[in-house]
Design a protein around this ligand. Structure first.
Ligand SMILES: Nc1ncnc2c1ncn2[C@@H]1O[C@H](COP(=O)(O)OP(=O)(O)O)[C@@H](O)[C@H]1O
Ligand SMILES: [Mg+2]
Length: 193
């Protein structure tokens, strides 16, 4: 089995072992980091995600961002183009469905799709990261594809990774298509690379 596969399993197990209290504290710490983040104040349209598989929970943050009149967009698995994401406007009344990974996402409605280049910031989930900002995802390459333009030409929203501290590893074995992140937020630290 590949090193990346083993690492994914190991870190996913680690984050799923966090207690309810630890998860709640982490979600609150994430909210405080987002409140303090200089880019958030000026951002109008923000990409986020809903927690799955022990990921740090952005819901308290999303609720706060709504009070600040920010428009929130969530990733939806593209219905036709394999490996790609769409970003849909997310409000407290959005109808939700479960996708093929059993992850909750807004029901597809083309009127609510925003080309991801229209986002001002994109908070990205991940499985593991290292001290250089390298990112390992769940293995679908979705964010690598989404962030290709940003990586090559700085086109589109700046991605900011969010994770639990326990998702940091010594070194991610990278592939040529992996897009490293310029910033990562964890409960205990704001990483800039
Ligand atoms: N920009 C891209 N264009 C085409 N295929 C890609 C791209 N980025 C990733 N992939 C493919 O997606 C698959 C999963 O990528 P990987 O980096 O392992 O997943 P993740 O980033 O979710 O950990 C790989 O087989 C890779 O070839
Ligand atoms: Mg990758």
């Amino acid at each position: 089995m590949s090193e990346r596969h083993t690492l994914r399993q190991q870190i996913r197990t680690r984050r799923k072992a966090l207690s309810h209290d630890q998860q709640q504290q982490a979600a609150q710490a994430l909210l405080e980091r987002i409140k303090a983040h200089p880019d958030v104040k000026h951002a109008r349209r923000i990409g986020f995600y809903l927690a799955n598989d022990g990921e740090i929970n952005p819901l308290p943050t999303i609720h706060w961002l709504w009070t600040q009149n920010k428009d929130i967009y969530l990733p939806v698995v593209h219905p036709f183009t394999a490996g790609h994401l769409l970003f849909l406007h997310y409000t407290p009344t959005s109808p939700m469905v479960r996708n093929k990974f059993n992850i909750e996402e807004p029901e597809l409605d083309m009127d609510r799709v925003l080309p991801h280049s229209g986002l001002d910031l994109m908070f990205t989930p991940m499985v593991a990261f290292d001290q250089l900002g390298n990112r390992l995802g769940m293995g679908g390459g979705y964010y690598d594809r989404t962030l290709q333009g940003w990586h090559a030409h700085k086109l589109g929203p700046k991605p900011i990774g969010v994770a639990h501290d326990c998702q940091q590893v010594e070194q991610i074995p990278c592939e040529e298509w992996d897009v490293p992140l310029p910033e990562i937020l964890t409960p205990s630290r704001h990483w800039r690379f």
